[in-house]
Ligand binder design. Sequence first.
Ligand code: IMP
Ligand code: MG
Length: 174
Amino acid sequence: MAESVRTLISEEDVDKRIEELGAEISRDYAGQTVHLVCVLKGAVFFMCELAKRITVPVTMDFMSASSYGSSTKSSGVVKIVKDLDEPLKDKNVLIVEDIIDSGRTLSYLMKMLGDREPASIKLCTLLDKPERRVTDVKVDYTGFEIPDEFVVGYGLDYDQRYRNLPFIGVVEFN
Ligand code: IMP
Ligand code: MG
């Protein structure tokens, strides 16, 4: 089956929105240090761009959780593949995610990381598909709300491909 990618959000629009989010986060965390927690691998492009736009002191750590196999359907199972290197105690944690779909991954992670006694814990996602939600998740910063379509680019993959696209696109199967 042949596939192609249609642009949903241009590189320019993504960059502009990340700049706005960075400014908003910088205002909200004024006088504090924000500890960014990147959920690998999808959020890595977004987190790097966002971090560059934040003007308060930033520290960062990375973790990897998997809820998907190599298909476009959620298995509903969240597995911690790589945990954080540093403790979260007394830090202002901002979890950075690429996309919230069913919400299962993030509701699990928020609970797990919240138990590590951070001073605060918030969530920032580049993309949100609210129609798909099955588990309640409080999102503090959202880049874009998108319809229920399978998207790639800016870190998001289809079967590990397309992460390096500088825009958000929809995979179409022809
Ligand atoms: P959730 O647990 O269903 O919210 O799934 C979240 C994870 O599923 C994201 O971090 C992505 O890795 C993956 N995912 C969900 N929707 C898409 C999509 O449209 N494109 C690529 N990955 C997706
Ligand atoms: Mg992800």
